[in-house]
Design a protein around this ligand. Sequence first.
Ligand SMILES: Nc1nc2c(ncn2[C@@H]2O[C@H](COP(=O)(O)OP(=O)(O)OP(=O)(O)O)[C@@H](O)[C@H]2O)c(=O)[nH]1
Length: 372
Amino acid sequence: MSTKQSVPITVVSGPLGAGKTTLVNRLLADPGDRRIAVVVNDMGEINVDAELLADQSEDGIVDLSNGCICCRLQDDLVTEITRLAEERAFDYLVVEASGISEPISIARTLTVGTDETRLPERFTLDTTVSVVDAYGFWKAFDPDESLPDGAPDPQRPLTEVLVDQIEFCDVLVLNKCDMVPDAELDGVEAAIRELQPRAAIHRTTYSEVDPDRVLATGRFDFETARRRQGWKETLVGAESDSAARDAHGHDHGGLSAADAHGVESVVYRREAPFHPDRFDAWLDDWDGDIVRAKGFVWVASRPDTVLGVSQAGPAVQAGPIGEWGADEPETRFVVIGRELDGEKLTAELDACLVGEGEEIPAADADPFPRET
Ligand SMILES: Nc1nc2c(ncn2[C@@H]2O[C@H](COP(=O)(O)OP(=O)(O)OP(=O)(O)O)[C@@H](O)[C@H]2O)c(=O)[nH]1
């Protein structure tokens, strides 16, 4: 690759569990004649998304974990992209933001840079994509209410981020349409359209969208984007004194994104298997404060199999996604939620571990795969 060749960037944002990784996996599986590199940001200490992508492309995936690229990891984002470009030839970059990232801050980092660092000029922000969970939106806001006046409830944590993610994008992927009755989808889309008059909206199931709708669209325009930030501040009743903000913008009021939105993550790791029935029962009994849970699980009925577990909203999926292979089996599970009691959660999960001498069902008698 010539060092002068420009590298367009697509940033994929959207709420926790909306289908961002599903979209990025599709882009990796069907890149056309592009060589795509990916930066994956996850707020948890372990980056489940990066591992879920890793099967499809062994290198060219950068994992930025344990923080948010819209605030604490801004400099790391620039440094890591620059390093990746030195080590590997690629001609398109996809950045998957964490579910709590504010896209305008990422856009600013990728265009004007930070105090410390700036991307080489050949990188150009091309498209900002928001993946929105149609089901979550439908449940959170009554589309019959008029938006923007009637809707986002300022008391609802994460609402501001969701509005930000809807408002600040060039392309909106309205995902999980299979979970919303057809009759309601027009109302959902109309409500989103009031918040987002400009973006191309694509309705999808499992983020199935033509790659040309989200890559190299040329739709990003920094000036337009910047003007619209003021509108967003009015809408959500945030401090309107944007002049007081520094050139790098939103810092969640001095807090990390997680703290500002009351969202935190708990990581559970164990080199011991779960009893399949007890773990299944635990999956049936999610604590309401859990917003998202995902990871890789070892169940005793399937010693060689990696069980992928993913919960987003009301849906819990748990099923085989691969083999442990040469790796020692180890459950690695991230739970994201509000005011989580990590000790209680850990104790509950520990109680699902297999006890000494306990009888284990065969794989064909265990409850997996399951989808609710
Ligand atoms: N029913 C249904 N499930 C979906 C759809 N798209 C994604 N999912 C499931 O929703 C869960 C979350 O999808 P991901 O792609 O991991 O979501 P994400 O936005 O990357 O999640 P975070 O990175 O944790 O914020 C997974 O279990 C997906 O299989 C869809 O259109 N319909």
